[in-house]
Write a protein that binds this ligand. Structure first.
Ligand code: UD1
Length: 421
């Protein structure tokens, strides 16, 4: 098992280039299953374990997938799909594997996927995905640890109201509805940039989707989608993580390739905390020469403050001046990083979905572990400012979602390395 060793206290300076978005590339890879007649080349594909996992899922379906990390490309030939089953071993590793259900149903009228099971950041049910498929006419059955969906006569357009704007459910339903017969209307869908990116990609393949990014999406189903190349949008959460790294270490970093429009709440909160943030068309500069001020945050679906930035922002609050409240409304049980931050000297109290963070003068390095992807990012950020050495275990969580993290941080002047335990 590998771990990360960080010697804290180095201000980060220079330029970091943001990779393609994890949460955009996973649905895009699932959507390649819809594309016929030719091979798909996805560009700006980040080099992540999650990309490898979903690629394996596609391979179990008999689809040809070639990952070329040096060129940030994934080449997919989905001209023939031989199998409709995604096994437990892969779905367990990554819940987003479930995103293949919509495309398989749409194209083949059948899909069988292992139940995802528990998850570190809450129960994360899939009821909204299934409700959407049923509304589109699919028959759902659950047994022997698998969910089977069948629509032997094809899917039919329908009006679907989502009780919560789930990102995954919106994506899955969007992909299924794109080849259903007639009009589908998705009310209260997720509005994240990754939803817009998926809709753009599907439209390039021939889908007729309007309203992605708003609170109603209309999909006029088409008979066939034709494979088309696509370039993935930059990762707003990776960008946000480096923004916080710059602010916490009292550095000055240009985050190239970041789209400021996608990360407005984090920019607003950093400014409120007294951090300098300059936006231009090619990226965002973040600089800070003092301790940030404590500011409250509350996570919400887009365009609210992203839950995927909560842990990293909390890491910054641990060394800010004053006290702040962090409220998590999107996921239950998403405070796994708190115990690890406390080990490093942070003062945090939790009451249900709220954490009260009292800023301290300094954190101290010690042995900690990444408990999930963003919790892992928060611990790395804490390690970058902690006195002495921080050793982080279970870093496979971080490898799921941060492309080249160590190299990017070293280029900015951090003292961080990966070692074999
Ligand atoms: C996606 C992101 C993840 C991010 C999350 C919220 C990907 C691959 N992952 O996850 O990084 O943290 O959005 O921004 O894009 N829910 C239900 N029923 C459902 C589906 C979801 O109750 O059928 C609940 C979940 O338990 C959770 C909330 O809705 O409390 C948000 O989940 P959702 O938006 O679906 O997140 P994911 O798509 O899993």
């Amino acid at each position: 098992m590998e771990k990360l060793i960080i010697n804290g206290g180095k201000p980060l300076r220079g330029t970091v280039k943001i990779s393609g978005a994890k949460n955009a590339v996973l649905p895009a890879i699932a959507a390649t299953l819809l594309g016929q007649d030719r091979v798909t080349v996805l560009d700006e594909v980040p080099n992540l374990d999650d990309v490898r996992t979903i690629s394996e899922v596609l391979k179990t379906l008999g689809v040809k997938v070639q990952h070329v990390p040096e060129q940030c490309q994934l080449i997919v030939d989905a001209s023939s799909i031989e199998n409709i089953t995604a096994p437990y071993e892969l779905v367990r590793r990554m819940r987003a594997s479930f995103l293949i259900m919509g495309p398989l149903l749409a194209r083949l009228g059948e899909a069988k996927i292992s139940l995802p099971g528990g998850c570190a950041i809450g129960t994360r049910p899939i009821d909204l995905h299934l409700k959407g498929f049923e509304a589109l006419g699919a028959q759902i059955s659950i047994g022997h640890g698998y969910i089977e969906a069948k629509a032997p006569n094809g899917l039919k357009g329908a009006r679907i109201y989502l009780d919560f704007p789930s990102v995954g459910a919106t994506e899955n339903i969007l992909m299924a509805a794109s080849m259903a017969e007639g009009l589908s209307v998705i009310e209260n869908p997720a509005q994240e940039p990754e939803i817009v990116d998926l809709a753009n990609y599907l439209n390039i393949m021939g889908a007729k989707i309007r309203g992605a990014g708003t609170n109603v999406i209309k999909v006029e189903g088409v008979k066939k989608l034709v494979a088309h190349d696509y370039t993935i949008i930059p990762d707003r959460i990776e960008a946000g993580t480096y923004m916080i790294a710059a602010a916490m270490t009292r550095g000055d970093v240009y985050i190239a390739n970041a789209i400021s429009e996608h990360i407005k709440p984090v920019i607003a909160k950093l400014k409120e905390a007294g951090v300098t943030v300059d936006e231009d068309v090619d990226g965002i500069r973040v600089a800070c020469d003092h301790r940030p001020k404590a500011v409250d945050i509350k996570t919400l679906p887009y365009p609210g403050f992203p839950t995927d930035m909560q842990a990293q922002f909390m890491a910054m609050l641990t060394i800010s001046t004053g006290s702040a409240m962090v409220t998590e409304t999107v996921f239950e049980n998403r405070f796994m990083h708190v115990d690890e931050l406390r080990r490093m000297g942070a003062r945090i109290k939790i009451d249900g979905r709220t954490a009260m963070v009292h800023g301290v003068d300094y954190l101290t390095g010690c042995q900690v572990k990444a408990t999930d992807l963003r919790a892992g990012a928060a611990i790395v950020l804490a390690g970058l400012v902690a006195e002495g050495e921080t050793q982080i275990g279970y870093i496979h969580h971080i490898d799921r979602g941060y492309d080249n993290l160590v190299e990017k941080l070293v280029n900015l002047g951090a003292d961080i390395r990966r070692v074999d335990q």
